[in-house]
Write a protein that binds this ligand. Structure first.
Ligand SMILES: [Fe+2]
Length: 153
Protein backbone atom coordinates (compact mmCIF):
# COMPACT_ATOMS: atom_id res chain seq x y z
CA UNK A 1 0.00 0.00 0.00
CA UNK A 2 1.51 3.36 -0.89
CA UNK A 3 1.28 6.52 1.17
CA UNK A 4 -1.48 7.96 -0.95
CA UNK A 5 -3.61 4.88 -0.36
CA UNK A 6 -3.01 5.13 3.38
CA UNK A 7 -4.07 8.75 3.36
CA UNK A 8 -7.34 8.29 1.58
CA UNK A 9 -8.13 4.68 2.47
CA UNK A 10 -7.60 1.69 0.25
CA UNK A 11 -10.94 1.99 -1.52
CA UNK A 12 -10.72 5.75 -1.84
CA UNK A 13 -12.85 8.00 0.33
CA UNK A 14 -14.44 9.62 -2.67
CA UNK A 15 -15.65 6.32 -4.04
CA UNK A 16 -19.42 6.04 -4.13
CA UNK A 17 -20.70 3.22 -2.04
CA UNK A 18 -21.83 0.19 -3.94
CA UNK A 19 -25.57 -0.16 -4.00
CA UNK A 20 -28.05 -2.53 -5.58
CA UNK A 21 -28.47 -1.96 -9.31
CA UNK A 22 -31.28 -3.20 -11.49
CA UNK A 23 -28.77 -5.05 -13.69
CA UNK A 24 -27.85 -7.23 -10.73
CA UNK A 25 -31.39 -8.56 -10.61
CA UNK A 26 -32.00 -12.12 -11.74
CA UNK A 27 -35.76 -11.67 -11.72
CA UNK A 28 -36.07 -14.36 -9.03
CA UNK A 29 -37.25 -12.34 -6.06
CA UNK A 30 -35.95 -14.50 -3.24
CA UNK A 31 -32.50 -14.82 -4.77
CA UNK A 32 -32.38 -11.08 -5.49
CA UNK A 33 -33.26 -10.34 -1.87
CA UNK A 34 -30.40 -12.53 -0.72
CA UNK A 35 -27.97 -10.99 -3.21
CA UNK A 36 -28.94 -7.55 -1.87
CA UNK A 37 -27.59 -8.68 1.48
CA UNK A 38 -24.21 -9.32 -0.07
CA UNK A 39 -24.19 -5.87 -1.64
CA UNK A 40 -24.97 -4.47 1.82
CA UNK A 41 -21.96 -6.29 3.22
CA UNK A 42 -19.80 -4.77 0.48
CA UNK A 43 -21.13 -1.31 1.32
CA UNK A 44 -20.27 -1.90 4.97
CA UNK A 45 -16.70 -2.77 3.99
CA UNK A 46 -16.45 0.42 1.94
CA UNK A 47 -17.74 2.51 4.82
CA UNK A 48 -15.10 1.30 7.27
CA UNK A 49 -12.12 1.17 4.94
CA UNK A 50 -9.24 3.18 6.37
CA UNK A 51 -10.94 3.70 9.74
CA UNK A 52 -9.44 2.56 13.04
CA UNK A 53 -12.36 0.23 13.72
CA UNK A 54 -12.08 -1.43 10.30
CA UNK A 55 -10.39 -4.59 11.53
CA UNK A 56 -13.20 -5.49 13.88
CA UNK A 57 -15.91 -4.69 11.36
CA UNK A 58 -14.17 -6.72 8.65
CA UNK A 59 -14.09 -9.64 11.11
CA UNK A 60 -17.82 -9.23 11.72
CA UNK A 61 -18.56 -9.06 7.99
CA UNK A 62 -16.58 -12.25 7.38
CA UNK A 63 -18.50 -14.02 10.15
CA UNK A 64 -21.73 -12.76 8.63
CA UNK A 65 -20.52 -13.98 5.25
CA UNK A 66 -19.86 -17.49 6.59
CA UNK A 67 -23.48 -17.77 7.78
CA UNK A 68 -24.85 -16.06 4.69
CA UNK A 69 -23.04 -18.35 2.28
CA UNK A 70 -24.29 -21.48 4.01
CA UNK A 71 -27.92 -20.35 3.98
CA UNK A 72 -27.94 -18.66 0.59
CA UNK A 73 -26.17 -21.44 -1.30
CA UNK A 74 -28.43 -24.09 0.19
CA UNK A 75 -31.46 -22.04 -0.77
CA UNK A 76 -30.19 -21.51 -4.31
CA UNK A 77 -29.18 -25.14 -4.78
CA UNK A 78 -32.57 -26.37 -3.50
CA UNK A 79 -34.28 -24.11 -5.98
CA UNK A 80 -32.10 -25.30 -8.88
CA UNK A 81 -32.71 -28.90 -7.89
CA UNK A 82 -36.48 -28.48 -7.75
CA UNK A 83 -36.38 -26.70 -11.10
CA UNK A 84 -34.41 -29.56 -12.65
CA UNK A 85 -31.52 -27.29 -13.60
CA UNK A 86 -29.18 -29.49 -15.66
CA UNK A 87 -25.89 -27.92 -14.53
CA UNK A 88 -26.55 -28.09 -10.81
CA UNK A 89 -23.43 -30.07 -9.94
CA UNK A 90 -21.15 -27.65 -11.78
CA UNK A 91 -22.83 -24.75 -10.01
CA UNK A 92 -22.67 -26.49 -6.66
CA UNK A 93 -18.92 -26.99 -7.16
CA UNK A 94 -18.47 -23.23 -7.66
CA UNK A 95 -20.37 -22.57 -4.43
CA UNK A 96 -18.16 -25.04 -2.61
CA UNK A 97 -14.97 -23.31 -3.75
CA UNK A 98 -16.33 -19.91 -2.73
CA UNK A 99 -17.51 -21.17 0.67
CA UNK A 100 -14.08 -22.66 1.34
CA UNK A 101 -12.42 -19.35 0.45
CA UNK A 102 -14.69 -17.58 2.94
CA UNK A 103 -13.70 -20.07 5.64
CA UNK A 104 -10.04 -19.55 4.75
CA UNK A 105 -10.50 -15.79 5.13
CA UNK A 106 -12.01 -16.27 8.56
CA UNK A 107 -9.02 -18.31 9.68
CA UNK A 108 -6.60 -15.48 8.88
CA UNK A 109 -5.62 -13.13 11.68
CA UNK A 110 -6.52 -9.99 9.79
CA UNK A 111 -7.76 -8.91 6.42
CA UNK A 112 -8.23 -5.41 5.15
CA UNK A 113 -11.61 -4.24 3.94
CA UNK A 114 -10.31 -3.84 0.42
CA UNK A 115 -9.23 -7.47 0.08
CA UNK A 116 -12.60 -8.79 1.20
CA UNK A 117 -14.41 -6.25 -0.94
CA UNK A 118 -12.44 -7.25 -4.05
CA UNK A 119 -13.19 -10.90 -3.35
CA UNK A 120 -16.93 -10.16 -3.23
CA UNK A 121 -16.73 -7.87 -6.25
CA UNK A 122 -15.17 -10.70 -8.23
CA UNK A 123 -17.89 -13.12 -7.09
CA UNK A 124 -20.55 -10.62 -8.12
CA UNK A 125 -19.07 -10.23 -11.59
CA UNK A 126 -18.08 -13.80 -12.29
CA UNK A 127 -20.78 -15.75 -10.50
CA UNK A 128 -23.91 -13.74 -9.75
CA UNK A 129 -23.89 -11.94 -13.08
CA UNK A 130 -22.95 -15.04 -15.08
CA UNK A 131 -23.39 -18.49 -13.52
CA UNK A 132 -26.51 -17.51 -11.57
CA UNK A 133 -28.12 -16.11 -14.70
CA UNK A 134 -27.86 -19.50 -16.33
CA UNK A 135 -30.35 -21.15 -13.95
CA UNK A 136 -32.90 -18.34 -14.18
CA UNK A 137 -35.02 -19.66 -17.11
CA UNK A 138 -35.34 -23.07 -15.44
CA UNK A 139 -36.23 -21.61 -12.06
CA UNK A 140 -38.67 -19.10 -13.53
CA UNK A 141 -40.46 -21.84 -15.46
CA UNK A 142 -40.68 -23.96 -12.34
CA UNK A 143 -42.03 -21.02 -10.35
CA UNK A 144 -44.57 -20.23 -13.10
CA UNK A 145 -45.78 -23.83 -13.11
CA UNK A 146 -46.28 -23.75 -9.38
CA UNK A 147 -48.80 -21.00 -10.12
CA UNK A 148 -51.06 -19.99 -7.28
CA UNK A 149 -49.45 -22.47 -4.91
CA UNK A 150 -46.59 -20.00 -4.55
CA UNK A 151 -43.71 -20.22 -2.15
CA UNK A 152 -40.49 -22.09 -2.51
CA UNK A 153 -41.16 -24.84 0.00
FE1 LIG B 1 -24.94 -19.30 -7.30
Amino acid sequence: MNTDDQTKGALGRETMQISWKVEYSLGVAEMDAEHVRMIEMMAKLESVDGRPDALRTVGKVINELVDYVEIHFKHEEDLMEKAGYPHLERHRAQHKVFAQKVLDMRSRASLDARTVHQFLQQWLGEHILKADRDYVPYVQLWLDNRGAEGGLE
